[in-house]
Ligand binder design. Structure first.
Ligand SMILES: NC(=O)c1ccc[n+]([C@@H]2O[C@H](COP(=O)([O-])OP(=O)(O)OC[C@H]3O[C@@H](n4cnc5c(N)ncnc54)[C@H](OP(=O)(O)O)[C@@H]3O)[C@@H](O)[C@H]2O)c1
Length: 323
């Protein structure tokens, strides 16, 4: 099969279109012919091997050489222990190791998959998994957002942020979105009540305080985040610098004890219920999986560059084959 492969970490130039072995499903896996795969910030991190946590699957070079997490396609063959899916089913889900998706075929365990609703295209379904589930667990589960609360999403114009802004509005919050200059109108179009251009202003220094901050691109000191929280407010680190991550793990418990402010890491627990919940909101039109651009498989390097250089508004989707 064809796949986009990288043998070392680096810029999009290290990616090549290659013939590789078609994966063989284990007994508890499903072989899927991929129709669409979407790009997440984790693909850009996995390509460059930065931050350091992006090298968990290979410190000096990637062990699994194919990037790509969020796939949608048709079941070609089901392993012998598979009960819920059969050949021909239209499915979508997230690759367990954030890798393997930029390919014509993937194998996924049953529990990572859901049936694709007929009303959503393969491209729309592929746009949902990682970003939508991060948003759901950050806004509904950990954040427990209530109507009227002040919620700030840092990195609101990207994959997870696009879902998080819409979901926080869905739960009745007053939402501030933070992203670059080119995404201000886009964040407003998603429902953000206020927008901040991170290239011109630092949301931790404007004296505003929030009930919840969901941060997909954290790199500040933990004390800056604490300053931007209301008493009893919560901050969740989704992704960002390893230095910030360590500060949160080391100092978060102390900040909670001494100030009552909750500064934590959001460690996403993948599960089918959350994926289905978000997909139903998308089907009902309450949340929109916003697709900015589509590229063919051979143009994954250009697609990743578009995302990595900060242009993408919402999701970029790779059309691997026609559905
Ligand atoms: N915690 C978990 O369990 C878990 C699970 C999966 C993924 N993740 C993490 O989730 C993170 C990425 O999420 P994503 O897919 O939503 O990324 P994304 O699509 O790349 O979006 C990130 C957004 O942040 C913007 N941005 C960049 N620098 C910024 C700054 N200084 N201030 C505010 N916004 C800024 C980007 O715009 P520009 O265009 O300007 O760069 C982009 O719009 C990754 O770090 C990934 O590792 C975490």
């Amino acid at each position: 099969m064809k796949a986009i492969v990288h043998h070392k970490y680096g810029s999009p130039e290290v990616l090549t279109l290659e013939e590789v072995a078609k994966p063989i499903p284990a007994d508890d896996e499903v072989l899927i012919k991929v129709h669409a795969v979407s790009i997440n910030g984790s693909d850009w991190e996995g390509l460059r091997g930065k931050p350091l946590y992006a090298r968990l699957g290979g410190l000096r070079k990637p062990n699994n050489k194919i990037l790509g997490s969020d796939v949608a396609g048709r079941v070609e063959r089901a392993g012998k222990n598979i009960r819920q899916f059969q050949a021909g089913d239209e499915v979508f889900g997230e690759m367990p190791s954030y890798r393997g998706g930029f390919a014509e075929y993937v194998c996924l365990p049953e529990k990572a998959l859901a049936l694709k609703p007929a009303r959503l295209t393969f491209e729309e379904a592929a746009a949902i998994p990682q970003g939508a589930v991060i948003a759901l667990q950050g806004i509904r589960d950990k954040g427990q957002v209530q109507p009227g609360q002040n919620v700030l999403i840092n990195g609101a114009g990207g994959s997870a942020g696009t879902f998080a802004v819409q979901l926080a509005k869905y739960y009745g919050a007053e939402v501030t979105g933070v992203d670059n200059t080119g995404k201000l109108d886009f964040m407003r179009s998603l429902g953000a009540d206020h927008v901040i251009d991170y290239t011109r202003a630092d949301f931790t220094k404007n004296r505003n305080q929030y009930d919840l901050i969901l941060d997909v691109i954290a790199y500040r000191s933990v004390f800056a985040y604490q300053r931007a929280l209301r008493p009893n407010g919560s901050y969740f680190f989704v992704g960002g610098s390893v230095a910030t991550l360590f500060q949160i793990l080391l100092l978060g418990p102390w900040i909670r004890r001494t100030t009552g402010r909750n500064v934590r890491l959001l460690a996403v627990q993948r599960n089918r219920n959350d994926l289905v919940f978000m997909t139903e909101l998308c089907e009902a039109g309450k949340i929109v999986p916003v697709i900015d651009r589509r590229y063919p498989l051979s143009e994954v390097p250009e697609a990743l560059r578009y995302v990595g250089e900060g242009n993408a508004k919402g999701k970029v989707v790779i059309e691997v084959s026609k559905g």
